[in-house]
Design a binder for this molecule. Structure first.
Ligand code: CS2
Length: 447
């Protein structure tokens, strides 16, 4: 939308997007027969009319056509590669924070097979660029990760370093001279499209669009102005170019995403399907407010131009959007990849300052409860097997909390050994487990 809006704003038509799917080819299969056209249906107060977006000119299944992806990245007509692949798509080794070169797909990509991972595809595409004389390239991560540009650069470089020397050298030199990795922060809630959404869009549009997406009216993109070459005039579409993306990203992760996760796990604990229903429970809204005000806001520096209280009010209002149907299951998925960045950062900052992170600990305890009570096959998390294996047969707070705290891929030594944190987790876990909603209401309302 930003790319099309930028072209509409300045009357240009010289940009087009090649969309690439990763693990599932569904969206490529939906878009291809529609020439890449898709509808964005905004839902909720302030929703605009249906919009058919035409900025995607080609859709490729990366799993089935990795060479085509590499070719597109290498093409001299390509100036920018954006990535939205979720936390787990980066293949980060949780112990080192760098590329997991033991990951079987990363290994296969390094061995020279058609690359399956996003980092492998980017590295191989750039490698091909070095030979073809194509110009500079900018890689733009759009995922919810702090310093997503620096991180992506680190991973691409780690991939390059792990190649045989005669390949590594030229690739690293080309990266130095021709490639930049600006950080960005993207914010828009986009739930998974349901069959009912497609039917509703069909009624409104008069056409069946298999690739329609629903979204809240709000959208925001903050970008670091560090481009190696050409780019669409996204600022004309409302994107904010900033030198302070890190602060925007920290605010988003530790305020918005953190309270999204808190709500998701509280909702899942008491059988609520959607975020809007969950935030409709007064005590849960209160828990969010307390986490934001007492745990999160005091431990971050806000970017200039962002008022903390207004932002927090706004996100709670966005969560309450009843037309969005954002599910607790979707927001609660991949918890092992999310809680560290959204919640444990805040937990650590409070403990370091000698304060108790009561409300952030409630979110982590509710996640633990979700992990411990979700049937084996239903836990939607890349570390599901590892998490399940660490669980004791005894599912009481006293047994589950230390078992999950011992997972070094999630909790570092300091957090795992912190008795204040363990105490808070055990306290909240016990309340959820033995007293459910009534217990939570009592405890939250009593502050
Ligand atoms: C959500 C995010 O699924 C999740 O974990 O918290 O996808 C959230 O909707 C977006 O970051 C909003 O910009």
């Amino acid at each position: 939308m930003f790319t099309e809006n930028a072209m509409l704003a300045n009357g240009s038509s010289n940009w087009g997007i090649v969309g690439v799917t990763q693990r599932s080819d569904t969206v490529a299969r939906q878009l291809a027969p529609q020439d890449g056209l898709f509808t964005v249906a905004e839902r909720g107060t302030g929703a605009g009319p249906l919009r058919v977006v035409s900025s995607i000119v080609e859709a490729i299944s990366g799993k089935d056509h990795p060479e085509a992806v590499v070719d597109r990245i290498a093409a001299s007509t390509t100036h920018v590669v954006t990535l939205t692949i979720t936390e787990k798509g980066y293949r980060i080794d949780p112990h080192t924070g760098s590329l997991n070169i033991e990951d079987p797909q990363v290994r296969s990509d390094l061995a020279g097979h058609p690359p399956q991972t996003a980092i492998g595809q980017i590295a191989r595409g750039i490698q091909q660029r070095t030979r073809g004389g194509a110009g500079p390239l900018t890689i733009v991560s759009c995922d919810n990760l702090p310093g997503n540009g620096e991180l992506t650069e680190k991973l691409v470089r780690a991939f390059a370093v792990a190649l045989p020397e005669d390949e590594a050298g030229p690739l690293l030199a080309w990266l130095d001279a021709n490639v930049t990795f600006p950080s960005t922060m993207v914010d828009r809630m986009v739930p998974a499209t349901t069959g009912d959404d497609l039917d509703a869009v069909e009624c409104e549009l008069g056409l069946r669009d298999e690739a329609a997406v629903v979204a809240e009216p709000f959208m925001q993109w903050v970008i670091e102005d560090n481009f190696a070459g050409d780019r669409p005039a996204w600022e004309e579409a409302g994107a904010l170019f900033s030198t302070d993306v890190a602060a925007w990203e920290a605010a988003k992760l530790r305020l918005l995403n953190a309270s999204h996760s808190l709500l998701a796990y509280l909702g899942l604990a008491i059988g609520k399907d959607t975020i809007s229903d969950t935030v409709g429970e007064d005590s849960f809204r209160t828990a969010c407010r307390l986490m934001l005000a007492e745990d999160a806001l005091p431990t971050i520096s806000l970017p200039a131009g962002l008022d903390g209280e207004t932002y927090c009010d706004q996100i709670l209002e966005r969560f309450a959007n009843p037309a969005l149907g954002h599910t607790t299951a979707k927001v609660g998925s991949d918890g092992s990849q999310k809680i560290g960045l959204r919640l444990l950062t805040t937990v650590r900052a409070n403990l370091d300052a000698g304060r108790e992170p009561r409300w952030a600990a409630l979110a982590v305890a509710a996640w633990m409860h979700h992990v411990a009570t979700t049937p084996r096959q239903e836990l939607n998390d890349p570390l599901a097997a590892e998490l399940q294996a660490s669980l004791p047969n005894d599912r009481s707070a006293a047994a589950v909390v230390p078992a999950l705290l011992s997972m070094r891929s999630i909790f570092d030594d300091g957090l795992a050994a912190n008795t204040t944190f363990a105490g808070l987790l055990t306290h909240w876990y016990r309340i959820i487990e033995t007293h459910g909603l009534d217990g939570l209401r009592n405890e939250i309302n009593n502050g």
